[in-house]
Design a protein around this ligand. Sequence first.
Ligand SMILES: [Fe+2]
Ligand SMILES: [Fe+2]
Length: 351
Amino acid sequence: MKVIEEIKRIIHLSDLHIGESYKGKEIFRRDIGDQLVEEVNEIKPDIIVISGDITADGYEHEYKMAREFLSRFKVPKMIDTEENNIGLKELDQFDSPIFSVPGNHDTRHGSFDLKLKFLRELVDTYKEYDVKTRELSGKEQNKFFIKRFKPLIIDFFNSCGGLTAFEKYIGKAQKIYNGKGFYLVGVNSSGVGKDMDADGDVDFDDVKMARSLGLVGVKTLPWIEKSVKKADPDDFIIVVMHHHLIGIPDTGNDDNVLMDSGDILRLLLSCGVDLVLNGHKHNPWLWNLNGLPVLDGGSCASSSTPCDNNFNLIEIEEEIVIKRRYLGKHKRWEEVARFKNKKFKRRKRNL
Ligand SMILES: [Fe+2]
Ligand SMILES: [Fe+2]
């Protein structure tokens, strides 16, 4: 623990994809992961923000691996002095100050998917059972039944992925960290569950589409507004969500922005947010939208990346300096942008 006045240095990580990927091939780069841990521990940031896709497929065993990996960050947590004890400090369940939101990959294989998968397999298996056992004796029918249905049922009860696992092994999917002069709002943009559309309809295809494209949803939108409005107007306010608010060049023409990005952008621009952190497309980028920087993190440790793996360091003082650190063989720093911190002087006066 360390006593600190303000949060000044933030590490922004994204899209680690820890675990197995399609056909058992791992896309998480363990060697790059080792570099990442070493570098972040050396930088000793005040907080580590992760904009989603921590796991490859949202399975429970991947979350166990992710928890183990993230526990390797050894950054002291801050404690506020008593007179400076402000509001909520909802960090994740680690000894280091980690604050993460789920990505579309993290919400896969939750109980919702499992129920659906289970029901479909159950129907298919029953059809097969019905056809194949017609000519068999009762004993043989029972044997066939156990052989086909038992693994299905075991699988169903042994699996716990998606958001349930995120909250079990990492932290809350939506949360707020309120420090001195600093306010961070974490949003789950992989809209799964009842937070779907205006009439509250949920259907399986909607859920899949919402997860992939990204959806904040009609119930979460007012929560963001309420949360941001609770911040001191002089706080440096950051909102983090996995999916892109604005399209990223060179990422193709599919699934590029959140389904309700227009609503969110209008909201964020109207309530004094200072910085937005996104992930998802693995292509690092920065948009400046009417003075609101929207920073997209690349993939910091997966093989699915169009460039060397990278992460961001954000320094908040009189200026906001965004630096990108590339990992791998060609380690290097790149200054991405410098902005005037419009709240700096006013906030200094008020502190
Ligand atoms: Fe990703
Ligand atoms: Fe993603």
